[in-house]
Design a protein around this ligand. Structure first.
Ligand code: VGL
Ligand code: ZN
Length: 199
């Protein structure tokens, strides 16, 4: 029997109300995620973890505003307000998240010149974070994704998980979206087409 893991994406203060890149209702999902954490054999967390001056921050691109898109060597990149800086309160997990059972925390976006939405690959879609190898070595074949944000880090993680051969489910009721001009509908469609189970 293949093992199953819950993968909790980026439930961090900066993505919750009051944070610098707040996702509407981001904190509402914490009780449901806590309940799920209690039911899964394996729990994995991801943590968006940027150095100061990260290249995904609009503040590093004179002439650009947050939420605009720019070209990077690895492709198009949305620019964000400064967020989830390493070691800050904004980068910490939401205070009510019951994370103690997590067996691994995957940090991502820690290289200054490249962003990483997905828990599996950086935004060049080539550089692995190590999570795919970790799950495979542990005999985990199915994953359920929850967290923030549905249309960015959750969606990119789910699409990569399918590519890596994991049986992949997203619990949409335990996610919240940024929804930048239709990105929620776009990414939900891509997940459905790729074979992600959306619940
Ligand atoms: C995320 C934008 C920038 C996310 C992370 O967790 O969805 N979005 N960094
Ligand atoms: Zn980020």
């Amino acid at each position: 029997m293949k093992e199953e893991a819950l993968v909790v994406i980026d439930v961090q203060n900066d993505f919750c109300p009051g944070g610098s890149l707040a996702v509407a209702g981001g904190d509402e999902i914490v009780p449901l995620i806590n309940e799920m954490i209690g039911r899964f054999e394996h729990v994995v967390l991801t943590q968006d973890w940027h150095p100061a001056g990260h290249s995904s921050f609009a503040s590093q691109h004179p002439g650009n505003q947050p939420f605009e898109t720019t070209k990077m060597p690895y492709g198009d990149q949305t620019l964000w307000p400064d967020h989830c800086m390493q070691g800050t309160v904004g980068a910490a997990f939401h205070g009510a998240l019951e994370w103690t059972r997590a067996e691994i925390v995957i940090r991502k976006g820690f290289r200054k010149t490249i962003d990483s939405y997905s828990a599996f690959f950086e935004n060049d879609h080539k550089t692995p974070t190590g999570l795919g190898g970790y799950l495979k070595e542990r005999g985990i074949g199915s994953i359920t994704l929850v967290g923030l944000a549905t249309d960015f880090c959750v969606a990119y993680s789910a699409l990569d998980a399918v590519k890596l051969g994991f049986d992949t489910t997203v619990r949409l009721d335990a996610c919240r979206a940024i929804d930048l001009g239709g990105t929620l509908e776009l990414m939900t469609g891509k997940m459905r087409d790729a074979g992600v189970k959306l619940i």
